[in-house]
Write a protein that binds this ligand. Structure first.
Ligand SMILES: *Cc1c(COP(=O)(O)O)cnc(C)c1O
Length: 221
């Protein structure tokens, strides 16, 4: 069994080859704080969490680690926007006007702007979060009215169990959404796509940030 350090180093090396400019978000949901600290010691700074309660405890437990960055990547609920706006650096899952407005209103002025990605439901799946691509323009416009928010780009999660060919098409569609976002927000710089099972394909299709959990940390609890 490779160690955490070996798995991490292998992914960093492969990313360096495939997409030297893209960034790694270590998805630490369901993983203990000790592993977050171990990865931090190896140089990792950006961590992704899905569940607010679990994340809040980890943020407290890691408050002695300078420069650590927390990304909220789970489904957003309207009643959670305040604690998320107060404690996270990034939110990847904004898909409705109301959520953008609430995050904008709840982000404390004492903090730098909250980095926002618009989650796009790229395969138009019934139960999945994410906006339709035609919502990018109105959402970008709303976010632009808040000095407490900074639109950084697009996030997407293609349908599970797609073939590699289908995955390529889904990631390419997200890339198109990202280009649309860039036209509206020239400062945008982030296309967050690709997870443990498909991040290499995502890099080939232009991901600037990949979100990897189990391939680094091993299985979740
Ligand atoms: C859990 C999760 C990931 C990481 O998944 P792995 O398959 O463990 O790499 C990435 N993105 C989102 C939105 C997730 O919920």
């Amino acid at each position: 069994m490779p160690t955490l350090q070996q798995r991490y180093q292998n992914i960093i090396n492969e990313m360096q080859r495939l997409a030297p400019a893209s960034q790694l978000l270590a998805v630490s949901k369901g993983q203990p704080v000790e592993k977050i600290r171990e990865l931090y010691a190896l140089g990792q700074r950006a961590f992704g969490e899905n569940y607010l309660r679990e994340a809040e405890q980890k943020i407290i437990d890691c408050c002695d680690l300078p420069g650590i960055q927390w990304h909220y990547i789970g489904p957003l609920q309207r009643n959670k926007t305040r604690p998320i706006a107060e404690q996270f650096d990034w939110v990847h899952s904004v898909d409705r006007q109301l959520l953008a407005e609430r995050l904008g209103n709840h982000r404390p002025t004492s903090l730098p702007p909250l980095n926002i990605l618009l989650q796009i439901n790229v395969n138009a799946e019934q139960q999945k979060s994410g906006a339709a691509p035609n919502q990018i323009s109105p959402l970008a416009q709303t976010i632009g009215t808040y000095s407490s928010l900074r639109l950084r780009g697009i996030m997407g999660i293609p349908k599970q169990l797609q073939s590699d060919t289908e995955k390529h098409l889904s990631f390419a569609a997200l890339y198109t959404a990202y280009q649309q976002c860039l036209e509206l927000t020239p400062g945008a710089d982030t296309l967050s796509m690709g997870m443990s099972g498909d991040w290499q394909i995502a890099c080939q299709e232009g991901a600037t940030m990949v979100r990897i959990g189990t391939a680094i940390f091993g299985p979740r609890k």
